[in-house]
Ligand binder design. Structure first.
Ligand code: BTN
Length: 266
């Protein structure tokens, strides 16, 4: 039997006993297996702070139409936010969530935020991805922040060259329940209106992209560009001073970014 099916695996009762938040995850749904937490959230009456969590997804969805490998050993959840969210806040909320997850994962190993919202290890490999989906009803947004963390994941599909897990790097299995509860606690702190300005500053400090040389890979197949990332704007776009001296401003829907560290692409 695979070692990851043990006392460290996600367990609804353990999560509920460890949870020390005020509202995030107080309305908590746990599934051993779902297609995607996004699909599951369609079937549930959602409240502000509802969390839908799964130990495994059979059709996990990632950014730019990609699949998200969601074997047991990872942590997959949707956080629902419904209170007073206005258009200009939506991008920021995803960035605040990225800081929260970076804070939680950094209790296990050093990690940074790669634009737009990936949590990466020191060698630039991806530990966590975040994908936010929106629904507007009666002029009210329902924000569904989908978070996938490679916690105890042991194997990745061959084509996932840039994926890694906490287990792969540290060689130790971690308690998935503790990490999930720590994420929910940090999310509650970072999303709180009174902590937002500081959290945005923290995003910049732990950015693996800002101030670094990057390669922009355009989703539409256009040739790639290289340059220096000079800013992450408030609307979440990335400003890059290209090597040809021109400046481009790109959104997360049109490019993926690779860092260029010496000769290495991470
Ligand atoms: C990315 O491509 O970087 C984003 C990955 C987001 C994965 C999470 S896992 C929970 C939620 N449900 C999904 O199907 N996807 C998101």
């Amino acid at each position: 039997m695979n070692k990851i099916y043990n006392e460290h695996s996600l367990n609804e009762n353990t999560i509920k006993s460890l949870l020390n938040t005020e509202y995030i995850g107080r309305d908590f749904y746990f599934f051993e297996e779902v297609t995607s937490t996004f699909n599951e959230s369609e079937k549930i009456t959602l409240q502000n702070g509802t969390v839908i969590c799964a130990a495994k997804q059979t059709n996990g969805r990632g950014r730019l139409g990609r699949q998200w490998q969601s074997d047991k050993g990872g942590i997959y959840f949707s956080l629902i936010l419904t209170n007073d969210i206005i258009d200009s806040e939506i991008q920021m909320i995803t960035s605040l969530c990225a800081v929260a997850i970076q804070r939680a994962i950094s209790k296990y190993l050093p990690c940074m935020i790669k634009w737009p919202n990936d949590i990466v290890s020191e060698n630039g490999k991806k530990l966590c991805g975040i994908l936010t989906k929106l629904k507007k009803t009666d002029n009210r947004y329902i924000v569904n922040v989908g978070i996938g963390i490679n916690a105890n994941t042991e194997h990745f599909d061959k084509d996932l060259k840039y994926a890694t897990s906490i287990y792969t790097i540290t060689g130790r299995y971690i308690d998935e329940n503790e990490l999930l509860c720590s994420c929910l606690k940090e999310l509650e702190y970072c999303i709180d209106k009174s902590n937002r300005n500081n959290t945005i500053e923290e995003y910049k400090k732990c950015s693996a992209t800002l101030g670094r040389r990057v390669r922009l890979l355009y989703v539409n197949g256009k040739e790639s560009d290289t340059g220096l990332c000079t800013a992450i704007e408030n609307d979440g776009t990335l400003t890059v001073l290209k090597d040809d001296g021109t400046v481009v401003n790109v959104s997360s829907g049109e490019v993926s970014v690779r860092g260029i560290y010496g000769e290495q692409y991470a």
